[in-house]
Design a protein around this ligand. Structure first.
Ligand SMILES: Nc1ncnc2c1ncn2[C@@H]1O[C@H](COP(=O)(O)OP(=O)(O)OP(=O)(O)O)[C@@H](O)[C@H]1O
Ligand SMILES: [Mg+2]
Length: 299
C-alpha cells in the first residue's frame, strides 16, 4: 500500500481559535495505554479505530510510540516517514504559529480509510526535548499552557473538530509521552493480556491516570480495562478474567467481551491491514466490534 499524504484538509482544522473556545469538544480522544509490553495496545488502537471507521466515524490514529508499530501495521515504513508526531510536538514547542501547516502536511490518509499521524525513532528525540522542558520548568514561572505535559494537548484544538475519534497508541519507555497522551485525552483504555500476572501493571497505570487527572486534565476517565489474547479453553484465561473483575470491577469498567487470541490478529500488521480487512469473519473481529459499540456508547 503506497503511503498517501492526506489531501484531506478539513476546513474546520483551520479554525483552532473557534475550536478552543468550544465548551463541548466534538471528537473524543482515547488513549490506549499500559506499562506492560506486548499486551495488545497497538492491536487495540488499530482494530478499535477500524471498527469505529466501519461504523461510519471519521477516525484519526496517533502513533505515540517511537517503535512506530502502529505506523508499520498500517503498511508504512516508520523510518521513511519525514513528517511524524515528533515534528508536530517540536512545532508545538518551538513554532506554534506554524502548527497548522505541519498538520496539513503530516496526516496520512491510509488505504484503510483511517487517518494517521505516524511515528518513528525521532519521537524519542521529541521525548528528550520534553524532558529538557520539564527540567527548566522547575526554575520557570509557571505558564499553564506551556508545560511539557500538555504539549500534545495543545495540538488537539486543531484536530478535535475534524474527527469523531482520535485514538492514541502509547508506548512503554517514555513516560512523558504517555503523560502527554493522557493529558490530551477524554478516555483511556487499558489492555491487559489474559495471562498469569499480566494485570500486574494495571495499578501503575491507574496511579498515573489519577495523577494526570488531578494535575492536568480533569475530564480524563478510564473507559475500561480490556482483556486481550483471550483463549476460552485454558482455565487460566478465565481465572485471570475473574480476578480482574474481582479486583477492579467495583471501581472500573471491564469491557464485556475479551479480545480472543487469534493468529489472524498477529498476522494483520504484516499485511498492513486491520482484522476487518484481513479476516473479517474472525472471532476477534467481532470482539473489536463489541468494544467499538461500548466506546460509541461513551458518547
Ligand atoms: N488478540 C491477539 N491474538 C493474537 N496475537 C495478538 C493479539 N493481539 C495482539 N497480538 C500480537 O501480540 C503481539 C503484541 O501485540 P501489540 O504489539 O499490539 O502489543 P503492544 O502492547 O502494543 O506492545 P508494545 O508494548 O511493544 O507496544 C504482536 O505480535 C501482536 O500482533
Ligand atoms: Mg505497541
Amino acid at each position: 500500500m503506497p503511503p498517501l499524504l492526506a489531501d484531506f484538509i478539513h476546513s474546520r482544522v483551520c479554525k483552532p481559535i473557534c475550536a478552543k473556545s468550544l465548551t463541548l469538544p466534538m471528537g473524543k480522544i482515547v488513549a490506549i495505554t499500559n506499562f506492560k509490553g506486548g499486551v495488545g495496545k497497538t492491536a487495540t488502537a488499530l482494530n478499535l479505530g477500524a471498527a469505529l471507521s466501519d461504523a461510519g466515524k471519521k477516525v484519526l490514529l496517533i502513533d505515540n510510540d517511537p517503535q512506530g508499530n502502529l505506523t508499520a501495521a498500517l503498511g508504512y515504513t516508520p523510518a521513511e516517514q519525514k513528517r511524524t508526531l515528533a515534528n508536530l510536538l517540536l512545532a508545538a514547542i518551538d513554532y506554534p504559529e506554524d502548527l497548522e501547516i505541519h498538520l496539513e502536511r503530516g496526516i496520512l490518509h491510509t488505504g484503510s480509510g483511517l487517518y494517521l499521524i505516524p511515528a518513528n525513532r525521532r519521537l524519542a528525540d521529541a521525548a528528550a526535548r520534553l524532558q529538557v522542558m520539564q527540567i527548566s520548568q522547575y526554575n520557570a514561572v509557571g505558564d499553564a499552557d506551556r508545560v511539557c505535559e500538555k504539549v500534545m494537548d495543545s495540538i488537539m484544538p486543531f484536530l478535535r473538530d475534524a474527527y469523531d475519534y482520535i485514538i492514541i497508541d502509547c508506548g512503554l519507555k517514555h513516560e512523558l509521552l504517555t503523560v502527554n497522551a493522557l493529558a490530551a485525552s477524554d478516555y483511556c483504555i487499558i489492555p491487559v493480556q489474559s495471562h498469569f500476572l499480566a494485570s500486574e501493571g494495571v495499578p501503575d497505570v491507574l496511579d498515573l491516570v489519577r495523577s494526570v487527572k488531578e494535575k492536568f486534565n480533569p475530564r480524563l476517565e478510564v473507559a475500561g480495562i480490556l482483556l486481550t489474547m483471550y483463549q476460552t479453553r485454558p482455565q487460566l484465561c478465565r481465572s485471570v478474567r475473574e480476578s480482574v473483575v474481582d479486583i477492579y470491577g467495583g471501581s472500573y469498567h471491564v469491557f464485556e467481551r475479551p479480545i480472543e487470541y487469534s493468529i489472524k490478529v498477529a498476522e494483520c500488521p504484516a499485511a498492513g491491514q486491520s482484522i476487518f480487512e484481513y479476516a473479517p469473519k474472525n472471532a476477534a473481529a467481532e470482539s473489536y466490534r463489541s468494544l467499538a459499540r461500548e466506546v460509541l456508547r461513551l458518547g
